[in-house]
Ligand binder design. Sequence first.
Ligand code: UD1
Length: 372
Amino acid sequence: MKILVTGGAGFVGSHTVDALIEKGHTVRILDNLDPQVHGPSGNKPVYLNKEAEFINGDIRNEADVKNALDGVQVVFHLAALVGVGQSMYDIKRYVEVNSLGGAILLDQLANGKHSVEKVVVASSMSIYGEGAYSCRNCGKVYPRLRTPEQLKERSWDVCCPICGLDVEAIPVSEDKPLYPTSIYAVTKRDHEEMFLSVGNSYKIPTVALRYFNIYGTRQSISNPYTGVAAIFLSRILNNNRPLIFEDGLQSRDFIHVSDLVKANIIAMEKSEADYNVFNVGTGRNLSVLDIANILIKRLNVDLEPEIVNKFREGDIRHCFADASKIETELGFRADVTFESGLDDLIEWAKVTDSDDQVEKATQELAAKGLTW
Ligand code: UD1
């Protein structure tokens, strides 16, 4: 099959491209080589699969998108800006690239001549907002964000929205109400809902995958708006202490990119996935402090994480996947543990540019009042 991967030069995209080529597909990439991710040179990343056709173009440019869709049967829409914090002050650009970029692609599917038979779109766990919790009085509850009053008192844990008692984090299933809390998350919900709506209306089988926190090789290490594992690695490799917001006990579900790519392929191949949404996570949660400590230990450095006891605007406390739907319906299960998946991220970080830009990003967020 001929497959288009938007954002195919990026972290998830390039791994997906490799897996598709490995399976014998013909792959075309549409990517604008965003300097924040790929550096200022404008060159293609060295890891990019030579067998893929590469279009240097923008998802916001109708002609580029039209050109990229020519003769294609499957589309992976992975092109997006991904910095949660940055999306809170670079609002127009995030909405343009993510929401409008998605709309431009969908316009072609609705109005242009095309041969697309399947679309897989990257959604995100961030659309859930705060995760799911269990209260011993009220059962399963879905709290909203913690209040500024509570956070100012440095009281980090989530309380039951009904009775106010302490609650325990539980896995989040796909039926949880969506409470996106950042511009990034709003645009990811847009992706999911816009793509499923157009897919349903025009009978183009479409699947939205809610990725949890991804890590692995080719993750941008010097982009300060990348995920926490890569940020900490960059800090440590530059002999700086990882900066930990809150008390470090907030947790996420870290999935290795190789597992995520497997889920992408299964979602493409299985018609049981059509017109549906799936969590793509491991079902296990790790705290941010665990992440820092595992990395410090693994790199054998004499550093302590610095707990800054501050809040990053829009952050949630806990979110990890209930991974049972994708396992039952599509037969997918993540099998790489964080400890074993980390090795290749470390090897990658050593050979790639790992300027520690975190200080600058932290200052930018603070100057905008987005950390306090
Ligand atoms: C991340 C992704 C988002 C993706 C989602 C699900 C980024 C920037 N965000 O969101 O695109 O949709 O996972 O895959 O990649 N933290 C620190 N110190 C730091 C940086 C972060 O303590 O230097 C903390 C944060 O406050 C937060 C946690 O680490 O509590 C996770 O942050 P982050 O890696 O940015 O991920 P998400 O916000 O969960």
